[in-house]
Design a protein around this ligand. Structure first.
Ligand code: NAD
Length: 461
């Protein structure tokens, strides 16, 4: 078994090694989860919830430590890391509502002397495969709801950012959950493929890039598993002529450059409608140039580094291609390439169109494209031309435009005058089209449905 280096992206230094596990380690993890399932699935719900409350308490106690781990090996700013840990803990809060969430339904006297009841049961061993960009939050989207529902879990963290999941697993054990309930196995493609093909794994929760999401969905479904596979994004932020730019401009910057653009809810294409074309560019340029780039653990830094040098080169390649295809470089962040670590400064490309690679492909870095259209109609058409449909946002002071946009835009998460349309833990999170393969979205009551199967009992006495 080989290993892979884990970096501090702010310095480029190697800080850890992660084992590249394969089929043998996956087999051991699945067997541990399978052995734990009979006991755990019959543990009374109040006992499962008591442990979940204890886990929640430990997460609060270790809040700053978890945020620091995220910043250290992912690179995002400490404030962004804190936001991520908070959003993750909120799913644990939601999971603590299991005695309500897991209730079934009853209808008595469906025919003479006959009653019908629906019960929820866990599905068995579930597996979670997250991406690199939210090392604490995305694991917490998955296993707390799964285990509180009585499932056992095998977790395969991102091989680029595995340290958050390791700490979560330690705290989970410290909370008192029995052995076998949560199992972590490291690795990359080989480990994932072993999980997808394993007959004892009943459900797969995946979050990552579009191509891999689609592949994971196809393989897992072919093996008879239930799957939720969340993919990539190309999110448009439409700015109407009647938008309040004092609100819209900082929102666009926060959306496009937060998390250094490595976020599936990054609004990476600003679409100026009509007169907004005239008024948007200057403040956008000015405020982008004022953003402070640097290591995420330093105060006042607003944009941290990218995850790896090879990823940064890919992002810079997009910038160069955009210019070659006719876009105008409004702000060039490439001066930041000189710093140690994997930095790229916020970059704005103007005059982008959906025909250009930068206009249709996910870049996943601090690069904002600006497009210009004549009407809301055109803006909606442009957004709907994307193969991906994760999030779409509109800035406007017209309820009518906002409603039209909400009704017609093909995206699973829609924002009106907000930078990032992130559903809270009690709502389902997911996109449409190539941004999602499956039926039941992640967390919220969709998550409860995903991690439970229903049994209907028809009885006559
Ligand atoms: P990725 O697809 O490279 O990796 C995701 C996971 O899949 C990792 O655990 C990785 O080990 C595994 N993996 C990678 N290649 C594989 C292969 N060929 N076969 C099987 N498994 C494989 O994604 P990433 O670079 O870690 O994350 C960034 C992507 O995730 C972006 O596209 C982003 O939009 C997306 N993302 C989506 C959401 C969402 O909610 N839709 C949230 C966060 C990130």
């Amino acid at each position: 078994m080989g290993t892979l280096p884990i970096y501090n992206p702010a310095t480029g230094e190697v800080i850890e090694q992660v084992p590249l596990s394969g089929a043998a380690e996956v087999e051991a993890a699945v067997q541990a989860a399978a052995a734990g399932f009979p006991g755990w699935s019959r543990t009374p719900v109040m006992e499962r919830v008591r442990l979940m409350f204890r886990f929640k308490q430990l997460l609060e106690e270790h809040f700053e430590e978890l945020a620091a781990i995220v910043t250290r090996h992912h690179g995002k700013t400490l404030d962004e890391a804190r936001g991520e840990v908070r959003r993750g803990i909120e799913v644990v809060d939601f999971a603590c509502g299991a005695p309500t969430l897991l209730q079934g339904r009853t209808l008595r006297e469906v025919s003479s002397g006959v009653d019908q009841d629906v019960y929820r049961y866990p599905v068995g061993v579930c597996a979670g495969i997250p991406p690199f960009n939210f090392p604490v939050m995305i694991p917490l989207w998955m296993f707390p709801l799964a285990v509180v529902a009585g499932n056992t879990f095998v977790f395969k963290p991102s091989e680029r950012t595995p340290l958050g999941a390791v700490r979560l697993a330690e705290l989970f054990l410290e909370a008192g959950f029995p052995e076998g309930v949560l199992n972590v196995v490291h690795g990359a493609r080989e480990a994932v493929e072993a999980l997808l093909a394993h007959p004892q794994v009943r459900a797969i929760s995946f979050v990552g890039s579009e191509l891999v999401a689609r592949r994971v969905y196809e393989i897992a479904a072919a093996h008879g598993k239930r799957v939720q596979a969340l993919g990539g994004a190309k999110n448009h932020i439409v700015v109407m002529p009647d938008a309040d730019l004092k609100l819209a401009v900082p929102a666009i910057l926060g959306s496009a450059f937060g998390n250094a653009g490595e976020r599936c809810l990054a609004g990476s294409a600003a679409v100026a409608v009509g007169n907004a074309s005239r008024t948007l560019l200057e403040p956008l340029k000015e405020q982008t140039q004022a953003l402070r780039v640097g290591p995420g653990d330093q105060p006042d830094v607003q944009v941290g580094p990218l995850i790896r040098d090879e990823h940064r080169r890919k992002v810079v390649g997009y910038v160069e291609r955009g210019v070659a295809e006719g876009a105008r470089l409004l702000v060039d962040g490439r001066s930041e390439l000189q710093r140690p670590g994997f930095f790229l400064g916020p970059t704005v490309l103007d005059g982008v169109s959906p025909e250009m690679a930068v206009g249709r492909e996910e870049i996943f870095g601090p690069v904002l494209s600006v497009e210009h259209v004549g009407s809301l109609e055109e803006a909606i058409t442009q957004a709907n031309r994307m193969a991906l449909g994760n999030m779409a946002v509109i800035f406007t002071s017209s309820g009518r435009s906002a409603r039209e946009f909400r009704e017609r835009v093909e995206a699973g998460m829609c924002g009106i005058n907000v930078p990032v349309a992130q559903p809270f833990a009690f709502f389902p999170f997911s996109g449409w089209k190539g941004s999602f393969y499956g039926d039941l979205h992640i967390h919220g009551t969709d998550g409860v449905d995903f991690y439970t199967r229903k049994k209907v009992v028809v009885s006559r006495w």
